[in-house]
Design a protein around this ligand. Sequence first.
Ligand SMILES: Cc1cc2nc3c(=O)[nH]c(=O)nc-3n(C[C@H](O)[C@H](O)[C@H](O)COP(=O)(O)OP(=O)(O)OC[C@H]3O[C@@H](n4cnc5c(N)ncnc54)[C@H](O)[C@@H]3O)c2cc1C
Length: 450
Amino acid sequence: MRIVGCYAQTELGHGSNVAGLETTATLDLDTDEFVIHCPNIEATKYWPGDMGMSANSAVVYANLMIKNKSFGVQPFFVPLRDFETHKNLPGITSGDIGPKIGFESKENSWLILEKVRVPRENMLMKYAKVDREGNFRIEGDLRVLYSIMMQTRVFISAMASHDLASCLTIAVRYATVRRQFATLPDKLKSERRLIDYQTHQFKLLPPLAMAYANNFAIAYMKKEIATLMESIKAKDFHSLPLLHHLTSTFKSVLTWDSLLHCEHIRQSCGGAGFLRSAGFHNILQNNYANPTHEGENTVMAHQGAKFIYNQLHAALNHSQVHPIFDYLLKYEQNKKTVSSLKTKTDFLNPDNLLACLGLNAGIHVFSLGQKMTSSKASPLEKENDLFGQEQVRMVINHASYIIFKLFKDGIELQNFSQNTKNQLYSLLVLYGHGCLKKDGIFLFDGGYLK
Ligand SMILES: Cc1cc2nc3c(=O)[nH]c(=O)nc-3n(C[C@H](O)[C@H](O)[C@H](O)COP(=O)(O)OP(=O)(O)OC[C@H]3O[C@@H](n4cnc5c(N)ncnc54)[C@H](O)[C@@H]3O)c2cc1C
């Protein structure tokens, strides 16, 4: 293993704003080389994992400059250390950024490149090319670069959900054997198991339902990503926007939920949950980074919103929408269904809950869409000053509907035994109620639910 690589995109001054990166890669036509340079302290590469000690090379994201013209941020392969001595090469200064809250196995680093020269071929040129004369051209579709990030986001969402399931396994097992207080009406005066307290069920069962729901959502995303990668090979990019939407939306919602619940679940074990031997410590530490890396969650939620507006526009114009956005088309019909729900049986019915969540998501989307359209503010003001928070809320409610639907479809379509199906349906209903409890207020305010 000669080349140990790392990924150097983020800078001290710019993380989420990738277009704002300041490191430059300037083509020197005389020598047929790129000169990679961090022009100021803000352009210091910050965070590359494994760069602190192990990596000897990096893929550096830098602004491509040819004849004083910028061609946007592009990736460059840059050797950083001598392969024999492991000492920094000329023009490279680097160091570890120090201890973090988690992810301790990764040495994240800082890296300054000062006029570091690499051959022109070191630009990763599969989709964007620069020739000997300095001509830049795009071959294929640059959006394909997102496909790697999309896969990583699915991986992170899957990890977060797995961590949630691990915490639940620990806590549910503990709650079935741990007893506190003789609150049972039996003569032996035995103490009650934690799991038999209503409060404890409220702590563990909604996240349990969520862990199952998330698993179905992730299985769907994995399948869709695999299909997308196959179609990309055939130069068919049409499902990229949808998958970009799904992966950014799910990444933010699933990692936020997982982190929040893992901590609550840890608390459900009392003092035992605070012991390292319980195992929560590693799981929580790993989860801390999930809302931040590979696309910061708020920024991801905002990205997710863009495709919702696209589909809203299509629905309003009676054009085709993707099947998972069917709730936008069923908006009127759902209003009627939800308004007629009265009894407990009504609310245990998955179809009715799907209608509730669809209407709830629809209200958020239509109402924000309407505010965005009627506001006289600039697009930047709308997104950043006026409706940023509502946009995140809309995305979360939209995600609740899709995840519920994927969970429901998954139970119906897969070959489970009837007993398993019954258990899964209970979890599905619980998941649906959890979503409505989290943010179903519009259904009450609008008078649809009483
Ligand atoms: C464990 C870990 C490993 C990492 N590994 C790597 C790596 O290997 N290589 C690499 O290049 N990078 C890596 N990173 C960096 C990571 O990609 C960035 O931390 C991430 O992109 C966020 O950027 P930032 O830290 O500058 O935060 P910022 O972008 O400054 O965000 C800070 C806060 O501002 C908010 N904010 C930012 N923009 C907006 C907006 N438009 N609207 C509303 N709110 C906004 C965010 O929601 C957040 O709350 C790693 C980070 C971590 C934590």
